[in-house]
Design a protein around this ligand. Structure first.
Ligand SMILES: Cc1cc2nc3c(=O)[nH]c(=O)nc-3n(C[C@H](O)[C@H](O)[C@H](O)COP(=O)(O)OP(=O)(O)OC[C@H]3O[C@@H](n4cnc5c(N)ncnc54)[C@H](O)[C@@H]3O)c2cc1C
Length: 324
């Protein structure tokens, strides 16, 4: 048995999920008493690879190639499947990020593997990995065991805790994988990095607004609270469909899945499709004028009131508390 942990990076910086995956892989490796190896793919990424040592990696393979400046579905699939075969790794861990969700099914086909996606917990029973994952938009929590020899798991970001680095070193090995034009059948030509607030999939606090915000102009209240807390801004599909907010902020079944430490749902009813994307948030605060809104059933704290009145007061109180 051997684990291959894929550490995602963007522009030469590890995503938080890279540390979460490394830590989770190390814990599983210890329990199964097996080896683990981490894999970093990109351009000019060799220098960051040893950072994974602080989260439990002892050996890190780096595929560093200028052609990999941008993520490429086809090239990454080739690299990971080749390294997995070369290393005889039979357990692959990836983040359930945009990239991980794209890669995992392709890898499953290439490696003839079983795949469990969007796991929220992993445990060992009788020497097997049992993965927990929410299904049916979060209505059912299922425990799944893969029976295939090669097993792939994608882990929901922000659920597995990485903690902080213990500063331990790791051995870094640069490995070349031959890539031809044919390996770049799909290629990103440009990336635009959103500046300012963190993306909802990475934010540890999210302030989300829905149709109850009444119009795009009132999202200034959401942004004000988000900025005081250093939070990301999220939204419901109703607000996106109305053209009030961009789709990349949408949380839910057809938006992004998030699991922050703190989630504010402001003027959001709590439809099952919205809950599918945020119900694993660690603490949920709902503001809604309807005391019977379904969101209150999963909220840890609820404020029954008009968001337009409540938000400025809340923002001011938090500002005062934080001494801002
Ligand atoms: C296939 C499918 C996929 C979907 N995917 C998603 C998805 O990914 N994400 C998503 O969010 N939805 C998704 N939906 C839509 C979902 O079913 C709901 O329609 C949507 O979540 C509702 O958004 P909302 O809560 O903002 O609006 P509403 O349901 O209209 O709720 C607005 C809430 O605001 C409250 N309110 C109104 N005025 C105020 C005020 N002044 N102060 C305080 N509260 C106020 C109301 O009481 C109400 O609870 C999907 C639907 C389908 C069919």
């Amino acid at each position: 048995m051997k684990i291959l942990a894929i550490a995602e990076q963007r522009e030469g910086k590890f995503k938080k999920t890279a540390f979460e995956i490394t830590k989770a892989a190390k814990e599983i490796a210890d329990k199964l008493n097996c080896e683990m190896v981490s894999l970093v793919i990109g351009s000019a990424v060799e220098s960051i690879a040893s950072e994974l040592g602080g989260f439990g990696a002892t050996r890190v393979i780096v595929v560093d190639d200028p052609q990999l400046n941008y993520y490429s579905t086809t090239a990454y699939t080739k690299i990971i499947s080749e390294i997995a075969k070369k290393e005889s790794a039979n357990i692959l861990l990836l983040p359930a990020s945009q990239i991980g969700k794209d890669l995992a099914p392709r890898l499953a086909v290439k490696l003839d593997a079983g795949l469990v996606s969007d796991c929220t917990a992993l445990k060992i029973e009788d020497g097997n990995i049992i993965a927990t994952r929410p299904i049916f938009a979060g209505k059912i929590i299922s425990d799944v065991k893969i029976v295939a020899d090669v097993q792939i798991f994608t882990l929901r970001p922000n659920v597995f805790t990485a903690g902080s680095s213990n500063g331990a070193p790791a051995t870094v090995e640069k490995v070349a994988v031959e890539l031809t034009q044919a390996d770049f059948a799909a290629k990103a030509v440009e990336t635009k990095v959103a500046v300012g607030r963190p993306d909802v999939t990475e934010a540890s606090i999210i302030v989300s607004g829905g149709r109850g915000m009444k119009g795009p102009e009132n999202f200034k209240l959401i942004e004000d609270l988000a900025d005081v807390l250093g939070a990301g801004v999220g939204t419901s599909r109703a607000a996106v469909d109305a053209g009030w907010r961009p789709h990349d902020e949408q949380v839910g079944q057809t938006g992004k899945t998030v699991a922050p430490n703190l989630y504010f749902a402001c003027g959001i009813s709590g439809a099952i499709q919205h809950l599918a994307g945020m119900s694993s948030s660690k603490c949920i605060v709902a503001i809604n004028k309807d005391k019977d809104a379904p969101i209150f059933q999963i909220a840890d704290y609820g404020i029954v009131g008009d968001v337009i009145e409540v938000l400025p007061v809340l923002t001011q109180e938090i500002k005062t508390l934080l001494g801002k």
